[in-house]
Ligand binder design. Sequence first.
Ligand SMILES: [Zn+2]
Ligand SMILES: [Zn+2]
Length: 338
Amino acid sequence: MKALVYTGPGHMEFLDVPDPQPRPGEVLIRVRLASICGVDLQSFRGRNSRVQPPAILGHEVVGTVVSVPDGCDGFVPGDRVAVDPLFPCGQCENCSQGRPNLCSHLGLLGTGGLPGVFAEYVSVPVGAIARCPEYVTNIGAILAEPLANAIHLLGMAQPDRDARIAVFGAGVQGILFLQIAHARGYSNIAVIDRNRQRLEIAELLGAEPAILHPRDGVEKVLNEWTRGRGVDVAIDAAGTAVARRLCASVVRAGGRIVLLGLRQPQRLTDVRHIVRRELDVRGSFGYTPADFAASLHAIAERLVYLDPWFRCMSLRDGLRAFTLAERRGSLLKTLLLP
Ligand SMILES: [Zn+2]
Ligand SMILES: [Zn+2]
């Protein structure tokens, strides 16, 4: 088969590679559509310790079933499916305590030696696939994994019904969080970004206020918005030192900060803000199978919408697609067609 192969930091080649050989319990999927995620961009630049070249990256995928293992009666060849690309072991302490996203042996397609989805075919455990309803497009279903992350993030944020929430970063995660939170009845959501085009997307989708950093003065606007009180929950979906510092400065005493982004992993913030105002700081990592199921449901209900902000390219053009995806512009996601 043809595959886009990561051959070293900043390098991708479109190559002939052996077809995947499904192991017992695995189903062979023909990739219909894949998309580039932040994890892939990190791997592409050699910043993912779990990826060594040569490797096929990618974990966001919609495909059709080619063959199913013996004894599997839930699916037949031709079924169109979404794939949950996180594989918890199901046996470790975290798995048995209902936190499979923290599994000690967590596998992710396209990392840790598992061939990813930027190829014509991929082999995955049969338990990882879910049928796409006919009326859900491939472009809709490709959001299943990123939206599962946003749903998990909302679960970690645990806002009260009338909470004022500030989201730093109008990338895919920030925008999906905004939409799923709105759909679940949270109406007070501010979005902050330094990129005007992305902020416009957030504004179109209902962010109020949408704040351009640094022009608008984030602290001043949020201070007025909360009548001097501070926001109840601040979310760092940007992963930068600036966003974390602002999170700590705009949240109210006793409020909550949820960290999601990992772009500058070494930098936190002035801990005095956390200590003196007893802030609750927590991380949000991945998602659980229940979040993934909720994500598929939300997609089928058309609760999220990103279609105008996709760029679609051929897998053959993968290197260019990755380079374009690194530029943070008016488009949120790059899709790859095998
Ligand atoms: Zn992803
Ligand atoms: Zn486990």
